[in-house]
Each structure stands twice: as C-alpha cells, then as structure tokens.
Design a protein around this ligand. Structure first.
Ligand SMILES: [Mn+2]
Length: 428
C-alpha cells in the first residue's frame, strides 16, 4: 500500500483497477470515470490548509463533551446507584449495564462507594478500516448471560466472584466527537483519568476497565494512567494480531494502527516496557520488527507460541510483566482471538488464540501483577450475525475482573486454581 503513486502516470495494476471500475460502473448504468478522477491529488493552493477547518464558533462545537448539569437532578447522597428492580432475574430482564452493575454518575459516586473497578464505554471507530467498533460497549452490556445479582455466581475455576468480592460500577461512556478521532482522544484521556485518580482507599486507586471502540483508545487510556502514576511508570502488556505501532497513515498521527507509536514518541511508555502477544498475519514488515527491537520491545508472535507451546510463553509473559515498572496496563485487542471465535472485529486475522488460551493468561496477569487499568477493544458486533464475539469479549473482561478480585483476596500464587474444582478429590 505504501508505494501507491499519486500523479498522472498510471501503473499497470492501477490501469487494470480503473478498467475494472469503469466496466463495473458501466454495467450498473453509471457514467464511466473520467480522466479527472485518475488518482490526482486534490490541488492545495498556496496558503491553503489540507483540511476543511472546524468552525469553533458553532455553539455545538464542544457540546459532546459538556457534562449535563446534574444540579437540576433530585438531591441524593453520592454513591453508586443500582438500576435493577428485582432481587433476582435473568440479565435480559434488566436494564443493560456492564454485568448489570450499579451506575456511577460522577467521580464522587466512585469515591463514596469505594469502587474497585469502574467500567467505561468508549466508542471511537473512525480509526479502523471496517467500522462498527462504536457498538462494542453496548454489545458487551447486552451480552451478560446470568443476572449477576441476587445469587453468588463465582468463576468456577477459582471460586472467586468478582461481582461480590469487588465493588464494580458502570461509569458510563467517555465523551467523543463521533466525527473526529483527533478531537476525541483528549476528552477520553480526561474522562479515564477522572476515574483512575479517585482513591477508593488511601493509596488505592479505582481501576478503569475501558470497553471500546477501536484501538486508537490505547493512546488516551494509557496516557490517562501515566497522568495518574507518572510518565514511564506504567508498563503495557498488549495482546493483538497486529503491532499497532505505525507512524502515520494518510497524514493522520492517530488511528487504530498507531497508538503504540504515539505512546513511545511522547515518552509515556519506554519500549522496554511493551510486551506484545499474539502477533501474526501480514503486518508488520521486517523494518517494523527491527524498530521494535531497537526500542527494546518484548514480543511473542504466534510463530513462537506454536514452536514453544502456549504455557511456556505465557509463563514468560507473566514474568516479563513483573520485570518492569510498578504499575501495569493490559490492552486486549479482541482480534487476538481466532476469527473462529470472534469474527466481529475490523481486522480479523486467522491463526489466533483460542478462548481457552486467552482466558487464563488474562486472569493470571490481573491476579499476579499490579494491574491498574485494562481495555478490551475492536469488538464490532455488527460484523458478527451471531452472539459469539460479544460473549467472548464479555468473558475476557470478566476474567480480568476475576483476577483483580483474586488479588484483593490475596490469591496471587502463580496460576492459582480452586482445589475444589481442579480435581474431584478422589485419591490417585
Ligand atoms: Mn489493535
């Protein structure tokens, strides 16, 4: 794609493409494309900007990020609000929040209820080729199978119930300008920071879990945590089919393929604190891998996983996650999973992890290391006519919450499993 030439000289491949387009257009009764459409760049006149500027005097210019005036609401004590009416019920008979969790309207609500985990929806999807990630958060809100309230429903392999052992809240969605990734990232950063800077107990901060939305989010999400914990103090374990460290694309400096480069470029996360897992397919190229090596990245491709086995590589990932700064962020691009399990994503890549591989490593990272934030991105539910993609995304998040709950209970030994469920207890 990088060699695409703009100008009057048309290459053979392009001539063929143009001929095909003309043929197709003629077949459906449209006018054939004229010469003026043959890949000429738009002329930029002297002094002219290559974009149509925004009208900052438009009264709706910042309306998307202006908080509604809560002072007009009936007075109430700060704290989380449970929207569910019944003691017990199926999730589809409840108002959809993440895991049917209570709602927090403000950071004061998070603080008053000593919230451990704030779930945040974030819906940018202009940074991805195939749109639809904007619908990820509500698909996860609707993908809860069990009620999540009124009964103890622990994670079977650990007998830890994140919805009982943690205080979890749906903090609503971050503000975005649905027509601009560039304008949205700063507002998302502030919103995520507004949750992460809340101390639920002295010295213990709220852990934001962000549900996207495309992977542009990694930039504001990690930046928000470095705002709270300090530049260079947050390491990142990044699960993805792709390396997402592109420098630019069509002049843009942020998209779902560039958040890693932005974080490095701005000195927010040193390369040695990036650990990547699941890379495969046809991107990036040799030069990009050389760049990653120069930056000190630790990366684990599917080729390595196939050769050494999943368990050996995962043990290394957990070790590497601890060999870095005090705080850890986990970024999980849902395309890490094989399209057999998640076809609802913008850039699917065959040959990926299975849920049975991904669940335990996510749980282990969230239990065994100091995770201060997590994101699940790139779920595009409309690309999946079934329910499988949203269900697997729901479970990835729940595995992390289970891990955070295990950590709170002190179950941090490597690969902890409940003795009750590991075996049936009969003597060998
Ligand atoms: Mn990605």
């Amino acid at each position: 794609m990088g060699t695409h030439r703009v100008g009057p000289k048309v290459r053979v491949g392009q001539s063929l493409f143009v001929a095909t387009v003309i043929l197709l257009a003629t077949a459906v009764g449209a006018q054939p494309l004229g010469h003026e459409y043959e890949f000429e760049a738009a002329p930029i006149r002297k002094g002219e900007k290559p974009v149509i500027p925004l009208d900052t005097s438009d009264p709706s210019y910042n309306a998307w990020r202006k908080l509604r005036d809560l002072s007009k609401d009936p007075k109430r004590e700060p704290g989380i609000l449970n929207l569910q009416k019944y003691e017990f019920g199926m999730s589809y008979n409840a108002m959809p929040t993440f895991f049917n969790a209570p709602v927090a309207m403000s950071p004061e609500d998070l603080a008053a209820s000593k919230v451990d985990v704030a779930l945040i929806g974030a819906v940018p999807d202009m940074g991805t080729g195939m749109r639809g990630a904007a619908h990820g958060p509500n698909a996860v809100r609707n993908s809860q199978v069990y009620g999540g309230y009124g009964a103890r429903q622990p994670h079977m392999h650990t007998m830890v119930d994140p919805l009982q052992d943690l205080v979890v809240a749906d903090f609503g969605n971050a503000p975005i300008d649905i027509m601009s990734t560039e304008r949205s990232v700063h507002a998302i950063r502030s919103f995520v920071r507004s949750a992460a800077e809340v101390e639920s107990e002295p010295g213990k901060h709220v852990i934001p879990i962000i549900v996207g939305g495309d992977h542009s989010l990694m930039y504001p999400d990690v930046a928000a945590l470095t705002d709270v914990y300090g530049k260079g103090n947050v390491g990142v374990v990044h699960f993805d089919a792709h390396y997402d460290a592109g420098k630019y694309m069509m002049g843009h400096l942020i998209s779902h393929g560039m958040p890693v480069y932005r974080l490095i470029e701005e000195g927010l996360v040193p390369g040695k604190n990036f650990i990547q897992v699941g890379l495969r397919g046809y991107y990036p190229d040799e030069e990009s891998f050389e760049w990653m090596r120069e930056q000190g990245f630790r990366y684990h491709t599917m080729a390595e996983i196939e050769e050494r086995g999943f368990k050996a590589v995962m043990d290394d990932v957990v070790k590497e996650a601890k060999d870095g700064p005090e705080y850890l962020f986990v970024s999980f691009d849902i395309d890490t999973l094989d399209p057999a399990f998640v076809v609802g994503t913008g850039t699917p890549e065959p040959g990926g992890l299975t849920p049975r591989e991904a669940f335990p490593i996510v749980r282990r990272l969230c239990a065994e290391s100091n995770v201060v934030g997590f994101e699940l991105v790139e779920l595009a539910p409309m690309l999946d006519p079934t329910y499988a993609s949203a269900l697997n995304a729901n479970r990835i998040i729940k595995e992390c919450m289970t891990g955070i709950a295990m950590r709170k209970k002190g179950l941090t030994e490597p690969h902890y499993l409940s003795p009750l469920t590991k075996t049936d207890g009969r003597p060998d």
